[in-house]
Design a protein around this ligand. Structure first.
Ligand code: TSB
Ligand code: ZN
Length: 584
């Protein structure tokens, strides 16, 4: 999809279109007042105070019609530059504009207004020359949006739209949006009963339904096996900690705004944990370590709680209660490169298994011109950054560097993906940390019998099970590979009177072989059941009739295919067991 904000021509067009929309809204709702109307990646929006009015579904076409009318009238768009004083006078009845103007610095900003016909708006511009140029637009959706994004403020009405130069471009874009909507994990998650939300549980706190729980369990088993093979030890630790734990780790000072508030229990102050590192530091510290023990890899499928703004929570992708596929790796400085390489290789391996190709590696480094912002050990930084780069080059991984994006405590590598709807998010992450081992006074004894401080790598391959599941739902459009499918085989008897018993026998056999199977014994037509098996996206549908019963065979159809294949039952079971274990 084209990024409208970054395309100069489309940026101007969309910005002008936001004004056109505002003008149309003003015609239809004379009391409307306007806050800001920026261009975004997907087009534009405008935040509007409609008094007591609320935008409804049927209002968008009305506004669009008015926009078309204004566009046809073809008024020129004029720019006028005014002083701050003049601006305050001109917009004196509009508290939103006054708010904007008052914050403008007279010395450095030129205050400009744009007028088209009967509508004037405060704006930096630039704009197209006449409203006539705004022909191929569409209002996409609307929502509420708190003024300045603050839930304590008034809820404004936000209308989103998009504008292109040519009709075909607009249509192509609308098709893309429609496709993205179909792929949205929130839609599929609901249809396929993967997760739900309930206001009694709270925003950003999804409930994983049985189908989702199967997927998650498969993901857990999958990554657990991989990690065991790579020498990880797994632990279980509580999802709360005392405030003192987070004071020791530094989260209390630097991460508090992302944490849930304190709970007082007897004499102790607890918080729900936002991260698991402090617990894992204590697990490491439980024993004395020699350099021979390192690397030590402590993994956990760990539940964390983070305060995410209510407007930011989104399905499984951005939640307030999440489960990280977390691990902390304790290494000597010499082991950084080798261990980092193993993590990146694991990421590559996992993405390959899931057939994922649409992702980018981002290497976040320190800004060398702003060294005070970072943990003070020049050598450590230089060496570590060089090692990370050389590992990525050695593995032939494409990546881009984000200078100044490193954490205070060290450089990191993230994997960025683009969801069906909305901005990019991080899935996997691997973060070097020079500081936390110091804060927890961790040590190991080196080959000279001297005490040394280990380096920690924080890493999450799936990121969280929540976000990873959201992503694979969208990538697969809900057609999961066999090994992940909540229901792997759907059994349909051709005729309930004659074939139900045989079908039950097959179902039993499949179950005994660990295959997730369902029997459709409803009194419905065969064709209807077959179609439903398709819409439910079940990978394999068995159709069992006279022939199958007589010959002890099964006939199956794969999702999305038309032909039916007949196989001896044992052979079929062996085949799919193989496919499941190979994760095909
Ligand atoms: C990797 N301490 C490290 C850990 O050891 C850590 O917490 N890193 S993190 O803050 O980057 O989080 C790890 C991963 O969790 C992110 O890469 C991202 O994929 C996922 N994540 C972060 N916030 C959310 C959220 N609100 N909802 C779902 N997943 C999230
Ligand atoms: Zn961590």
């Amino acid at each position: 999809m084209i990024n409208i904000k970054e395309n100069e021509k489309l940026n101007i067009l969309n910005h002008s279109c936001a004004h056109l929309m505002a003008q149309a809204v003003k015609h239809l709702y004379p009391n409307a007042k306007f806050w800001v109307g920026p261009v975004i990646e997907e087009g534009f929006y405008y935040d509007i105070d409609l008094g007591d009015d609320v935008i409804k579904e049927e209002d968008l076409p009305k506004i669009e019609k008015e926009m078309k009318k204004i566009s046809k009238d073809g008024k020129r768009i004029y720019r006028e530059e005014i002083t701050k004083e003049e601006a305050l006078e001109k917009f004196k009845d509009d508290p939103y504009k006054i708010d904007l103007i008052e914050r403008m610095d007279e010395e450095s900003t030129v205050i400009s207004c744009y007028t088209q016909g009967d509508f004037t708006d405060l704006c930096r511009g630039p704009h197209v020359e006449t409203v006539k140029e705004l022909k191929h637009f569409k209002l996409i959706k609307f929502s509420g949006a708190y003024w300045k994004g603050d839930a304590k403020n008034k809820m404004l009405q936000r209308i989103y739209g998009v504008c292109f130069e040519r009709e075909e471009e607009l249509n192509e874009h609308l098709e893309f949006l429609e496709e993205a909507k179909q792929r949205d994990h929130r839609k599929i998650g609901k249809e396929q009963e993967i997760f739900m939300n309930h206001e009694l549980v709270g925003a950003g706190m999804p409930l994983w339904l049985p189908n989702g729980a199967i997927i998650r369990k498969q993901l857990e088993n999958y990554i657990y096996e991989k990690e065991r093979k790579l020498g990880y030890d797994h632990v279980y630790t509580p999802c709360v900690g005392t405030v003192d734990l987070y004071k020791t780790s530094g989260h209390w000072d630097h991460y508090k705004e992302n944490m849930f508030p304190v709970m007082q229990v007897d004499e102790e102050e607890f918080v729900l944990r936002p991260m698991n590192c402090p617990h894992h530091m204590l697990v490491y510290k439980n024993k004395l370590h020699s350099y021979r023990d390192l690397p030590i890899r402590i993994g956990e499928f760990a539940t964390d709680f983070r305060y995410e703004a209510s407007g930011a929570v989104k399905g499984l992708e951005r939640v307030r209660c999440m489960c990280q596929n977390d691990a902390h790796l304790f290494v000597t400085p010499e082991q950084i490169g080798e261990e980092f390489k193993k993590v990146v290789s694991l990421i590559l391996d996992v993405y390959k298994d899931f057939g994922l190709n649409n992702y980018k590696f981002r290497l976040s480094l320190r800004d060398p011109l702003d060294k005070e912002k970072y943990f003070d050990d020049d050598n450590m930084w230089n060496e570590a950054e060089e090692k990370l780069r050389s590992v990525l080059n050695e593995l032939g991984v494409e990546y881009f560097e984000a200078i100044g994006e490193a954490a205070f405590y060290g450089p990191k590598l993230d994997v960025e993906v683009k969801p069906a709807v909305g901005p990019e998010v991080t899935l996997s992450t691997c973060q070097l940390d020079f500081l936390l081992p110091r804060r927890f006074e961790l040590s190991y004894i080196d080959s000279n019998g001297e005490k040394q401080i280990p380096v920690v790598l924080h890493r999450a391959i799936f990121g969280t099970f929540d976000r990873f599941t959201a992503f694979i739902i969208e990538e697969t459009k809900g057609v999961f590979p066999l090994w992940l499918s909540p229901v792997q085989v759907n059994v349909i008897p051709v005729n309930l009177e004659y074939h139900l018993e045989y079908s039950r026998k097959i179902v039993e056999e499949l179950k005994n072989n660990g295959i997730r199977v369902e029997l459709d014994d409803r009194n419905e037509k065969l064709g209807y059941k077959m179609r439903e098996s398709q819409t439910k996206k079940i990978p394999i549908t068995l159709i069992l009739g006279d022939q199958e019963k007589e010959n002890n065979t099964i006939s199956y159809r794969l999702h999305g295919e038309k032909e039916t294949t007949t196989l001896n039952t044992e052979e079929f079971i062996e085949n799919i067991k193989k496919q499941i274990s190979e994760k095909k």
